[in-house]
Each structure stands twice: as C-alpha cells, then as structure tokens.
Design a protein around this ligand. Structure first.
Ligand SMILES: Cc1cc2nc3c(=O)[nH]c(=O)nc-3n(C[C@H](O)[C@H](O)[C@H](O)COP(=O)(O)O)c2cc1C
Length: 195
C-alpha cells in the first residue's frame, strides 16, 4: 500500500512526530508499505501568489501537469492512505498544512467537476490525522473540521483523529498522556486499522 505521510511537525523533538512514527510502525506490521513523506516547509511549498495561480490556471487549461509543481498533488492522488501529523497551533494546525492543501487541490488532477458535482480523482479512502496539544482542544477544533471537509471533497470515507492533549500543562504526566494516545492508535489497528 502507498502511504502519503504529510509531516507538518516542525520541532526535531516533536511529540506528534513520535506518534506518527508509531502509526507507521504499526501499519508496516500489518502490510507492505511504500511511504512518501512530504514536509511542506522543507519542500518549500509556498502560499499561492497571483503569479502561481495564473500558472496553475494555464496548466489546467493545457491539461499539462508535468511540472514538479504538482509533485504533492500527484502523490496525494496516487496514495492508498494519507497520514497527517501536525501539532496543535493557535487553535488549529500550522499554516503549512493549509498550504499543502492549496497545492494538492488541483482541478483535473486531484478532482474534477461532473454535472456541477465535485468528483475525486484520488485513490485514498482513508486518512489519519495525529496531533498533540499543549492544552485541551475542546470545541476549538477547526483543524479537524477542515480535514473532514477535505475528506468529503476527496471521497475519503474513513477519517481517524488522534490527539494527545494537555501535554504542556504543569503537573500533567506527559509521558502517560502520550502513551494513552499511542495505545488508542494501536487499538485502532487491532479493530481493523488500515486495509
Ligand atoms: C506556535 C505554537 C502555537 C501553539 N498554540 C497552541 C494552542 O493554541 N493551544 C494549545 O493547547 N497549545 C498550543 N501550542 C502548544 C503545542 O500544541 C504543543 O506543545 C504540542 O505538543 C507541540 O507539538 P510537537 O511536540 O509535536 O512540536 C502551541 C505551540 C506552538 C509552538
């Protein structure tokens, strides 16, 4: 199976990244996994400028996606499953995640319109989103709501969300919270996981 790992974990000591690695380890125990990792920042993905939009419109009109500009969109379209790892920042995810989606939402490459309806051109039917938060997310969860909207757009039927919360709160047992989330990820594999 082809897994696209969108790694939006910024810090080298990222706790979110550690949970993502655990997810990948568990998945690799279950099946052969070919991983494509995209770090939107290291890949130098930039927020769209007017010039970039004009170029993209031209490429769409020409149906020419041969440019490297579309490497992320192609990887997204070809993946069987998507894993997104992103820390909880400012009540959401780092802006690099939004920039990643700007780059992969390409008309005629990852989706198209049929009779006015948006139709996915992507293979993936499952997505896992892993985050860690210093405090508690509660109902301030625009990240999950945005990712769910993207799943609908791309016909991704199964979306799983895991969050380790309150890990920066003084007095909390950070390791125990992370272990509980790790266990929840492991349990999800036992219940069928990704297949
Ligand atoms: C730029 C930035 C913004 C953050 N915003 C929030 C926030 O809105 N709410 C919160 O509970 N924690 C916030 N935090 C704390 C992180 O959610 C927490 O430290 C998280 O575990 C970082 O993940 P990492 O270890 O994978 O880098 C923020 C941290 C940073 C660096």
């Amino acid at each position: 199976m082809k897994l696209l790992f969108v790694n939006a974990c910024v810090r080298p000591q990222s706790r979110t990244l550690a949970l993502c690695k655990e997810y990948i380890r568990l998945l690799s125990e279950q099946c052969d996994v070919e991983i494509t990792e995209i770090d939107p920042i290291k890949s130098d993905m930039r927020s769209f400028s007017y010039e970039m939009l004009v170029q993209r419109d031209k490429d769409i009109a020409d149906n020419d996606f041969s440019s490297d500009r579309y490497f992320a969109a192609k990887a997204f379209a070809e993946a069987d499953a998507i894993l997104i790892g992103a820390p909880y920042w400012d009540c959401s995810f780092p802006s690099s995640v939004k920039v990643f989606f700007e780059h992969i939402c390409v008309n005629s490459l990852t989706f198209r319109y049929e009779k006015g309806e948006c139709v996915s051109m992507c293979r993936a039917r499952q997505l896992c989103y892993i985050t860690t938060a210093g405090g508690y997310i509660g109902d301030k969860n625009s990240a999950e709501s945005y990712i769910r909207d993207m799943c609908v757009m791309f016909g991704i039927e199964k979306a799983s969300f895991f969050s380790a919360e309150g890990i920066d709160i003084y007095g909390n047992d950070t390791e125990a919270i992370l272990e509980k989330t790790r266990q929840q990820i492991e349990d999800s594999f036992k219940k069928g996981g990704v297949n």
